[in-house]
Design a binder for this molecule. Sequence first.
Ligand SMILES: C[S@@+](CC[C@H](N)C(=O)[O-])C[C@H]1O[C@@H](n2cnc3c(N)ncnc32)[C@H](O)[C@@H]1O
Length: 261
Amino acid sequence: MENGVNLYHNAAFLYDFDNRDIVQADIPFYLDYAAKYPGYILELACGTGRVSIALAQNGHKIFGLDLSDSMLEQFSAKLMSQPKTVQDNIWIEKHDMSSFQLDREFSLIIIPFRSFQCLTTEETQRSCLKCVHEHLRDDGVFIINTFRPYKKLDETWVYPEAVQWETVDEKTGNKIVKKHRGPRIDVANQIIYPEMIYQITEPEGQVFETRDPLELKYYYYDQLKDLLESSGFEIKEEFGYYDKRSIDDGGEFIFVCGKKQ
Ligand SMILES: C[S@@+](CC[C@H](N)C(=O)[O-])C[C@H]1O[C@@H](n2cnc3c(N)ncnc32)[C@H](O)[C@@H]1O
């Protein structure tokens, strides 16, 4: 259900100011798989089109689905300034990734940047994977990414407000500081409740703040692997980061899956 959690309603317009390595390193990774699996691509939880637009700029045809009006508005606005050839490669629709029906199969389906973790119940996770399975070509691949918990998480995960990144908007001169805090964890159900906080300081010194809540399911390696395998997928490759390092050696779980034959 759409209740604002995980949908970036307040800060969608600031989302693309994030320029950390993790939102740059994944682009060549997805371009690589798009070239290896030619055909239509589906990006679930496409957000502002960060990945979709890069794929379309490289000639790929991509459908982007997201549940957030604010993120999709950003995506549409960005698309307006793209050449027609890029615009013609992209279709955007508002859908819940746990329940969608498109009249098409895809050779590549991706859920980048940990977005699958926005689904916090087993029902929605399994329903999303069922939809992915139904829309994936028999010879296609599905790529899913979640963060790797740095340890067995417990109440010590809770943390106070801390700066994550900061930058200056060159157009306005505004300083943007992205902070986050982790006020609550549900260890039994493996859900964390971080809050994203954006502080904007205008050149004249006026300060604004906006906040968006997140609820994210976290997985340990065997749990995510079991969930995928019991949903009809086989894991073809697994990596710990977008530079394709070993799964044991990174902060991410990245699984490249095919349909179980
Ligand atoms: C971390 S952002 C990732 C956006 C984009 N894929 C990227 O990599 O930059 C998570 C996205 O998931 C979307 N989202 C959250 N829950 C969703 C759901 N149930 N169905 C579809 N999109 C959802 C949010 O609106 C947001 O755009």
